[in-house]
Design a protein around this ligand. Sequence first.
Ligand code: RP5
Length: 162
Amino acid sequence: MAKADVAIIMGSQSDWPTMKHAAEVLDALGISYDARIVSAHRTPDRMYEFAKGAKAAGFKIIIAGAGGAAHLPGMTASLTPLPVFGVPVESKCLSGEDSLLSIVQMPGGIPVGTLAIGKAGATNAALLAAAVLALSDKLIEQKLEDFRSAKTASVGERPLDA
Ligand code: RP5
């Protein structure tokens, strides 16, 4: 496994169009990550090996995206002491409500920090990861502050016609 601060894992290649938004934010903030397909259903051994070894591999935070019966974030959280942020991927049948409930309704004791469905969730998972890393990294703290200032500056005071 590559040495990186953040692991972005997802249940399927089909999750990447959503999860790449997390990667883009981490890129913008100069935070290292490793993106991998790790399915709780299709590659359970890979999931176990990844989650058990994630801390020793040097990861500090795991962002886990999955859709439908989305076990990946919770299973991963049960196998590692690292913080896990779960991103519910928008599913075809239930628009991601199934993913959201599967991820958010963890029984007390094994937390998964659950974000919004889809792109907003992936984006915010990366920003949360950055905020955690910024607690002990001045450069990331500054980059995150600049990122937020730029977002604020981009909001006009009055609406414009398209
Ligand atoms: C989940 O099943 C994945 O996270 C994905 O969101 C969903 C559908 O996967 P594919 O059938 O597109 O591979 O495990």
